[in-house]
Design a protein around this ligand. Structure first.
Ligand code: ADP
Length: 274
């Protein structure tokens, strides 16, 4: 009688354990698949510009008595080299944000500083396209986080806004404080009047290497890694990134991150971490 009672008590526990194990295996398999895809994608993205460079250098050799053609091919080689450089830089950024513990050297980071840095990063391209960058000062807003990672996140959003907008449009960057039950959040939104994002793609744009229009993205030097970096930084800071968009009208990306507050003892910390 005793043994039976015990096994009856153990049985439901056991089946739950088996279920957990199965879930674990499925999760492990999913992660493994993501990793395999990632390596395949990186290899493909590296192969494309390397292949083009190799063909172009052959073309240059064949055209050595035609200076105009040499010039044209060299120009295209430069574009491919830039693409390679961007890709390698974003891979470095991605591995950095994945491996670093951002909150280990978290500090109050001024929103005005982040915005100024992001605008600087795109100034050249914005000028070329005559895009107006509209920013408002928010001197009292501070996020608690890793300065480099936050700069990379906002920089990517502003870069995309400029990249995916036609000439003579406006990109707006605004910061504000919003009260939330767990502590104040700082919200930074980046609004463009660009091509917008079709509804069916809106979830997936945050995946690594996902691009709505690979040809267009590639032409602007895009790698498809930017938004996955933004998402990773937001999540590791206990925040989030969301998107609103209307096709043909524009998009707004919004980062929500914990506000930095200075405690009574003079030490800064996140508003949601007393
Ligand atoms: P990419 O290097 O291609 O810009 P991202 O990860 O930054 O990669 O973005 C993924 C895709 O999301 C882009 O290829 C583009 O199709 C779309 N996208 C991102 N930002 C915008 C935007 N502001 N307006 C329109 N499309 C955008």
């Amino acid at each position: 009688g005793e043994a039976l009672a015990v096994s009856a008590r153990v049985a439901p526990l056991g089946s739950r354990l088996v279920l957990l194990l199965v879930e674990d295996l499925t999760e492990a398999r999913r992660i493994e698949a993501v990793r395999r895809d990632f390596v395949a994608n990186v290899s493909h993205e590296l192969k494309t510009p390397v292949g083009a460079l190799s063909l172009l250098s052959e073309a240059v050799m064949d055209a050595s008595d035609d200076p105009e053609a040499v010039h044209r091919f060299a120009g295209r080689m430069q574009i491919e080299a830039t693409r390679l450089t961007n890709l390698v830089q974003e891979l470095i950024d991605l591995s950095r944000v994945q491996n670093d513990h951002p909150m280990e050297d978290a500090e109050p980071v001024s929103v005005d500083d982040l915005v100024a840095e992001a605008v600087d990063r795109c100034r050249h391209q914005a000028n070329t396209k005559q895009i107006t960058m509209a920013t408002g000062a928010a001197p009292d807003l501070h996020i608690f986080g890793n300065r480099g990672q936050l700069a990379a996140a906002l920089g990517n959003l502003v870069e995309n806004a400029v990249n995916y907008s036609p000439a003579r449009t406006r990109v707006g960057i605004a910061g504000r404080r919003i009260a939330a039950p767990g502590g104040n959040l700082i919200e930074i939104s980046v609004t463009d009047q660009g091509i917008g994002i079709p509804e069916r793609d809106r979830e997936r744009i945050f995946e690594r290497f996902y691009r709505v229009d690979p040809a267009r993205s590639r032409a602007t030097g895009g790698t498809g890694l930017g938004l996955s970096i933004v998402k990773h930084v937001a999540a590791s800071h206990g925040g989030e990134v969301t998107v609103w968009s209307a096709e043909g009208q524009g998009s707004t990306f919004t980062l929500r991150l914990p506000e930095a507050v200075v405690g009574r003892e003079g030490r800064a910390h996140a508003s949601n971490d007393p």
